[in-house]
Each structure stands twice: as structure tokens, then as C-alpha cells.
Design a protein around this ligand. Structure first.
Ligand code: DGY
Length: 430
């Protein structure tokens, strides 16, 4: 779908995409490329649904938690209905869960999106009441993050697979993935490259490494502590760390309103501990935060979109916020469309390949929120205006080329449509 340039019509097109991708209570990210329910896509799409149908928005969360595991994890994919258009499907994960799911998780953005929807509801009281079981389920998931993925209580949570970070093939994982010996060859099984240009997708070598990690998860029957011990990839992703800190804050607010005081107290304790632990992720030389390889203790070197997420988490002091703003202003001067997922001067930057360079609309909204939180309205405005231009030029694509503005990856993308409805299609960045 190639949008015309009038905003009302774009609003209608964004709504049409949500409806076309609706599979009855959950929204697929993009019909052919991602034909199931994805964990972090879902809440980020629900905020778009809330603009047109609050009930449908809440349903999205209810379907998401229907895939929750007994230990609290909410999986990264829930295979509610069969589709042979995607690899790795349920058979490749072998989780023996009902409904079928993958064996890993994804960034915890659900609580923040849920709070936004409740706060925006006309009948806020009714929305809050409906949110109660969701808050309980999300609390169990946050506990899973803070306990199963941080057994020593260090304050840094671990990711055991690059797909958990959502920034699948970011340069941030190159060093850690180099330590994974590929033990499978899945090149011939891939379906993603039938639906999107292979030059815009991860490489075969990457797939062989990440599917080796899936085999490791299967070898311990996806047991939470067992996988922590077994996985040859164990990083603290700055992105997850910050999204979780922010989500802890938002879930605390909802829990307090619902009278869930013990849950609220735990969430606040975890949040404070997580922020304190982030001191380990600050690199004075680059004056920025980085992800860390928990196996080697080494910080990832590249400057990625993750670098700016501590602002969204409210986890930095004024001086650090100023340093991050300076970094983004440098990118704004040197890049036509911000924010590239990797700064163009990093070795390995690839403007077309998924999380190694392209601009992602939903991520720009999150970054803008963080910059606004610290009063950098000019940066938030630039992120907003660039996102708007990109969608106007290229349509509701998955991601965009930071220099040419070309639309890339999947088409008619749900969270791009939602981002238009809640933010990019508005006049101002706030
Ligand atoms: C994919 O299949 O590319 C997904 O990003 C994994 O979640």
C-alpha cells in the first residue's frame, strides 16, 4: 500500500492495516513475514488499536498473556493458528506448550503500553478494572526477568538469545555471537527471505548461530535456570534493561491504583536495584551506555539506538542526559533521517540490513519520549518529523534507509501503522 500525502487518508490507511492484520484478538506484525502474535509488537500495536477500539486494544493483551508460561515468562511468539510461511515454527522450538510458543521472550514493553491505554481511556475506571488480571500476569513476567534472568540479584538481567532483545542482528551482539559455534545449517529452511529482500535481512551465518542457541534451549527442555547455565550467549542488553526499568515504573503505578501494594513494593525494589546496576554499563570514554557480555564482562562497542534508552528509563543524571543529547545531535547533523539503529560511522553499519542501520518508526517514538522526559524537545521534534516524512514517502514499512528514506523490510506493518496513529500522524512530538 503506497499512501497518498494527506493525513486523514493516512489515518484511514493505518486503521485498515490494523484491521487487515487482525487475526481475531491478536494482530500479526505483517501478514506474510510474521504470521503469528509477537510479544513486543503486540502492545506497541495495541496503543494504535486504542485510538479506534479500546476493547480490541485490551483483547490484544489478553491474547498475549494466554501464552504465558507457568514460570511467568511471556514468550516471544505465540503460534495461535498454524501457518507454514515462517521459520522457525512451533516444531523447530519444541516447547510442548499450549498454545504453541517459542522458548524465549522479548522486550517487556507491555506494562508501559497498558498504562498508556488505561490513562487515555474515556472510562478510566472501567479500563483499570479490566486491566487487573493483566497487571497480575505482567507482574509475574517482571518477576521472572528479575529472578530467573538475574539469579544473583545483580540488577542486570540476562538475554540468552539475540531475538530476545528485539534488535536481532544489532552490532551490539556481534562479539557475543562470535563465541557461539554454529552447529546447524538452516539456510535452506528460511522463509523470511522469500517475503523480504535478503539484503535487508540477517545473513545465513547469523541464522546458523541463533538456531544453534535454540538447540541449546531445547537440550534443557527450556527450563529457565537450566537455559541460563547452558546458553553460550548471555548478555545484558541495555535496551531490555531500560525498557524493563521503565515498565517496572509503569506497572508500579497501575499496581498501586489497584491496591496491589506488595507487588508495587517489589517492582520498586527491582527498579531501584536495576538503575544502580547500570553504573556498570556506563563507559566514561565514549560518555555513553552500552550492553555488556555477561560471559566476558566486555561492553559492546558500537553506538546503537539502545544507547539512548536510559533516558526513556529515567535512569540517568543531568550530565549523562546532556552527553546522550550531544551524541544524538551529532547524528542529526550527519544523517538525513534519524535515528539509525547504528551510528553510520561504526564499522559494520549497514543502512539496509534490519537492526544494523535502518530507522524504525516505533523506536523513534520511544526515543523521543526519552528525550522529552529530560527536556530535549528539539530532538524529540526531529525524531517525530523524520518519522512522519519517512512514512509519507515510503508507506507503512517495517524500517527505512537512514540516508535515502527508502522503505525496507516487511510492508503494511502493524506497529508502523500504530505509530502513525498515536504519534507520527499528529502535528507535534509530545
Ligand atoms: C524474525 O523472525 O526475524 C524475528 O525477528 C524473530 O523474532
Amino acid at each position: 500500500m503506497s499512501p497518498d500525502r494527506s493525513s486523514p487518508s493516512l489515518d484511514a490507511q493505518a486503521q485498515m492495516i490494523l484491521r487487515a492484520n487482525d487475526r481475531g484478538g491478536y494482530t500479526v506484525p505483517s501478514a506474510r513475514l510474521y504470521p503469528f502474535q509477537w510479544n513486543w509488537d503486540s502492545p506497541l500495536t495495541a496503543i494504535g488499536w486504542a485510538c479506534v477500539d479500546l476493547d480490541r486494544a485490551m483483547r490484544e493483551f489478553e491474547m498475549l498473556i494466554s501464552g504465558q508460561w507457568a514460570d511467568g515468562m511471556i514468550p516471544h511468539i505465540i503460534f495461535h493458528a498454524p501457518s507454514d510461511g515462517y521459520y522457525p515454527g512451533p516444531g523447530a522450538w519444541g516447547t510442548n506448550h499450549q498454545p504453541p510458543t517459542s522458548g524465549i521472550t522479548q522486550p517487556p514493553v507491555a506494562a508501559t503500553c497498558l498504562r498508556r491505554i488505561v490513562d487515555g481511556a474515556t472510562d478510566r475506571e472501567a479500563a483499570l478494572t479490566r486491566a487487573r488480571p493483566l497487571v497480575a500476569a505482567l507482574f509475574a513476567w517482571h518477576r521472572w526477568w528479575h529472578e530467573i534472568r538475574d539469579p544473583e540479584g545483580s540488577g542486570l538481567v540476562a538475554c540468552l538469545h539475540p531475538w530476545e532483545t528485539g534488535r536481532d542482528n544489532s552490532l551490539d551482539w556481534d562479539a557475543a555471537l562470535a563465541g557461539v559455534t554454529p552447529r546447524v545449517d538452516v539456510a535452506g529452511l528460511r522463509k523470511d527471505i522469500l517475503h523480504a529482500d535478503p539484503a535487508e535481512r540477517p545473513t545465513h551465518d547469523y541464522y546458523n548461530r541463533v538456531m544453534t542457541l535454540v538447540e541449546e534451549g531445547k537440550s534443557v527442555a527450556w527450563d529457565g535456570p537450566g537455559f541460563m547455565r547452558r546458553s553460550s550467549f548471555r548478555v545484558c542488553d541495555l535496551g531490555i534493561q531500560c525498557l524493563l526499568v521503565r515498565a517496572d515504573e509503569d506497572l508500579t503505578t497501575l499496581a498501586i491504583e489497584l491496591g496491589m501494594t506488595e507487588e508495587a513494593a517489589s517492582l520498586e525494589r527491582w527498579r531501584v536495584r536495576s538503575i544502580a546496576a547500570m553504573a556498570r554499563l556506563w563507559d566514561p570514554a565514549s560518555r555513553s551506555y552500552h550492553s555488556i557480555d555477561l560471559r566476558t564482562g566486555l561492553l559492546a562497542k558500537a553506538i546503537s539506538v539502545g544507547t539512548f534508552l536510559p533516558l526513556y528509563a529515567g535512569a540517568v543524571d543531568r550530565a549523562q542526559a546532556g552527553a546522550l543529547a550531544e551524541l544524538m545531535r551529532g547524528t542529526m547533523l550527519r544523517t538525513r533521517y534519524v535515528a539509525p539503529t547504528t551510528q553510520p560511522w561504526n564499522d559494520g553499519y549497514d543502512p539496509k540490513r534490519y537492526w544494523r542501520g535502518p530507522v524504525w518508526p516505533f523506536m523513534n517514538r520511544i526515543l523521543a519520549d526519552g528525550f522529552l522526559r529530560y527536556g530535549f524537545a528539539d530532538i524529540a521534534q526531529r525524531l517525530h518529523d523524520d518519522t512522519r516524512d519517512l512514512i509519507l514517502r515510503g508507506g507503512f514499512r517495517e524500517y527505512f534507509h537512514p540516508e535515502t528514506g527508502e522503505g525496507l523490510g516487511g510492508g503494511d506493518f502493524s506497529w508502523t501503522a500504530a505509530t502513525w496513529l498515536v504519534w507520527a500522524g499528529q502535528d507535534i512530538a509530545a
